[in-house]
Design a binder for this molecule. Structure first.
Ligand code: ADE
Ligand code: ZN
Length: 339
């Protein structure tokens, strides 16, 4: 019998849905708070971890934005990114496309330059230390207005040659993708790729808007697309990549239990689903923990896990020759493992 645990552990993979601020571990939060003399309203790491009980997305976002207050200097952003890449490399992630939320930082007086240069330095350190490649995606906060997103895009202009694309995150319900149609058009005109969170808590209509009005290149989450068979067939036909986050879905009560997770249905519907960690410090695990959470799910076998990793490269924003090289390595791994 195949040892699926060992198989997913060693599987070369890309991670396509990771909020770098969501990789801030409690210990690190206390360390940054101390070094920056920032107060946090928790007595201890245990106390903080104890607060990570969420019944919906907004419960999590409230604590996640509060946690980000400890990030102040370029060194903080560098160290945060490198700590994530160290963990990712240990999980055999060979390429990562990471989100950041500049408005969370600029709103409290941290210049965009501090955030972007710190993260880019962390990405460069990861390439040197682990050979791990990465791309940066600038997310607009959807609970803010479109003018704020436009102002952020303007401030980011000097860095746009080092930013792969724009994304849309934060509170989904009540903030449909169409609210950001103009700024996504502007970003597309500047040559940026486009992704958006849709169908995490929001209805299938939000996924249609992300496709038709934001012209997304990749769909973040997308779970609720399955409620609409026409939409599901379209996503399959268009080979749209879905960046699915099983442990996040569990922690935010998007699914009733891991056994009810739709990943198997997604694969059977021909969707290009991938596995990702979203906010690993808050949701109980990094990317391999997310793969492992799916082991034992009815109907998922070794070929499905290989397919999920394959999809992570196909859905990445890497050039074709790099994708081909990663897929060849993956195929060799699968063949050797089965031998
Ligand atoms: N920001 C960080 N994680 C998020 C998620 N899962 N959904 C929306 N916004 C987020
Ligand atoms: Zn997310």
């Amino acid at each position: 019998m195949t040892d699926l645990n060992a198989f997913v552990t060693g599987l070369p993979k890309a991670e396509l849905h990771l909020h770098i601020e969501g990789s801030l571990e409690p210990e690190q939060m206390f360390a940054f708070a101390r070094r920056n003399k920032v107060e946090i309203p928790f007595a201890s790491v245990e106390d903080l971890r104890g607060a990570y009980e969420f019944s919906k997305l907004q419960d999590f976002l409230d604590i996640y934005y509060q946690g980000a207050n400890v990030l102040c200097t370029e060194a903080d952003f560098h160290d945060l990114a490198l700590a994530y890449f160290d963990r990712a490399a240990a999980d055999n992630v060979v390429h990562a496309e990471i989100f950041f939320d500049p408005q969370t930082h600029t709103a409290r007086g941290i210049p965009f330059q501090v955030v972007a240069d710190g993260l880019l330095a962390g990405m460069s350190s990861a390439q040197t230390k682990h050979g791990l490649t990465s791309k940066l995606i600038l997310c607009f906060l959807r609970h803010l207005d479109e003018d704020d997103a436009f102002a952020t895009l303007k401030v980011a202009e000097p860095w746009l040659d080092r930013i792969a694309g724009v994304g849309l995150d934060s509170s989904e319900l009540g903030h449909p993708p169409s609210k950001f149609e103009k700024v996504f058009t502007a970003a597309g005109d500047m040559g940026l790729l486009r992704v958006a969170h849709a169908g995490e808590e929001g209805p299938p209509e939000y996924v249609y808007e992300a496709l038709d009005r934001l012209h997304i290149d990749r769909l973040d989450h997308g779970n609720r697309s399955l409620e609409d068979t026409v939409l599901t067939a379209r996503l399959a036909r268009e080979a749209m990549t879905l960046t699915v986050c099983p442990l996040s879905n569990l922690k935010l009560c998007v699914v009733d239990g891991i056994a009810a997770h739709p990943i198997e249905r997604m694969l059977r519907a021909g969707l290009r689903a991938t596995v990702n960690s979203d906010d690993p410090a808050y949701f109980g695990g990094y990317v391999n923990d997310n793969y492992r959470a799916l082991i034992g799910m009815d109907g998922l076998d070794v070929r499905d896990f290989a397919m999920l990793a394959r999809n992570s490269f196909l859905g990445s924003f890497l050039p074709d020759d790099a994708v081909t090289a990663h897929l060849a390595t993956l195929d060799t791994y699968v063949r050797d493992f089965m031998a």
